[in-house]
Write a protein of this length. Structure first.
Length: 277
């Protein structure tokens, strides 16, 4: 004699929710891949049929062959490596410092009152506008470029980290204290997790701005890097290479954002479970 145990309605709902979540992720991935491919095909078709000027809007097939050539002769890999190094060093250094300062200002009201107006004023100045001053101080080298990237990363993360700490629900803090969380325990188990969503939002924004800034600095103060590749190709009127540089910059942004998203999912699994379409 066998006894059949009916399925728990709660488990059934959880299974349906998990299946729905997987389907949505697969759909989003498919759309994310299919959309740029469709646009490239339309671009190729428009260039081939002379709907657009192929001399200015270089066909993707030509851009691809140019990219292969630049990879083989080492130009693209060299410039990609230089830009990536400047971006990573500046982003990590400035971002880490911004997170620490933002959390400290979020916790201590006196420090926030003392420094927030100053940081707000400095953030209002476009960081790329400070590059000439940095060039005067440090000379033409890697330091001004990295510091410019670090500056924009610092201010974005400082603002978001401070806002994240200040936006934590006071009832959550009281609940933590009620369970005996004080000092370091309250900091690591309540304040830090509570501020993580704002911090990762800041990381996404800072990554995009850092890429813009490092490219802009390479336009005017470098003889290497993806920004230099784009600018030099424009000066020599070589749109093929210019498009290669632009697309590579875009891919760097996609990869960097993807890495941040993966880290966010690992660090904040509850955020992934609570998100829905």
């Amino acid at each position: 004699m066998t006894i059949s145990i009916p399925n728990n309605p709660i488990n059934q709902e959880l299974d349906r929710s998990a299946l729905r979540s997987r389907r949505l992720r697969h759909r989003d991935l498919a759309l994310g891949v299919a959309t740029p491919i469709a646009l490239l095909l339309l671009w190729q078709l428009a260039s081939s049929t002379n709907l657009i000027d192929a001399k200015i809007f270089t066909p993707p097939s030509t851009i691809f062959s140019t990219a292969i050539t630049l990879v083989k002769n080492g130009v693209l890999t060299h410039d990609l490596g230089i830009t990536s190094l400047r971006l990573i060093v500046g982003f990590v250094t400035g971002g880490a410092l911004g997170i620490v300062v933002g959390i400290v200002l979020g916790i201590f009201r006196t420090l926030r009152a003392a420094f927030s107006p100053l940081f707000a004023a400095l953030y209002a100045v476009p960081q790329i506008a400070v590059l000439p001053l940095l060039l005067v101080i440090f000379g033409i080298g890697e330091t001004p470029k990295i510091l410019t990237v670090a500056a924009v990363s610092f201010f974005v993360l400082e603002i978001n980290a401070m806002a994240g700490v200040r936006s934590i629900d006071p009832q959550l803090l009281e609940a933590g204290r009620a369970y005996g969380a004080k000092g370091r325990r309250l900091f690591w188990h309540v304040l830090i997790p509570g501020s993580l969503p704002a911090v990762f939002t800041g990381l996404r924004v800072a990554a995009a701005l850092a890429l813009v800034v490092v490219t802009a600095t390479e336009f005017v103060a470098a003889n290497s890097g993806l920004g230099y590749l784009v600018w030099n190709s424009w000066q020599l009127f070589e749109p093929n290479q210019m498009y290669v540089g632009l697309i590579t910059i875009a891919l760097v942004g996609v990869v960097l954002t993807g890495i941040i998203e993966l880290i966010a999912r690992k660090v904040m699994p509850w955020s992934r479970r609570s998100s829905h379409d």
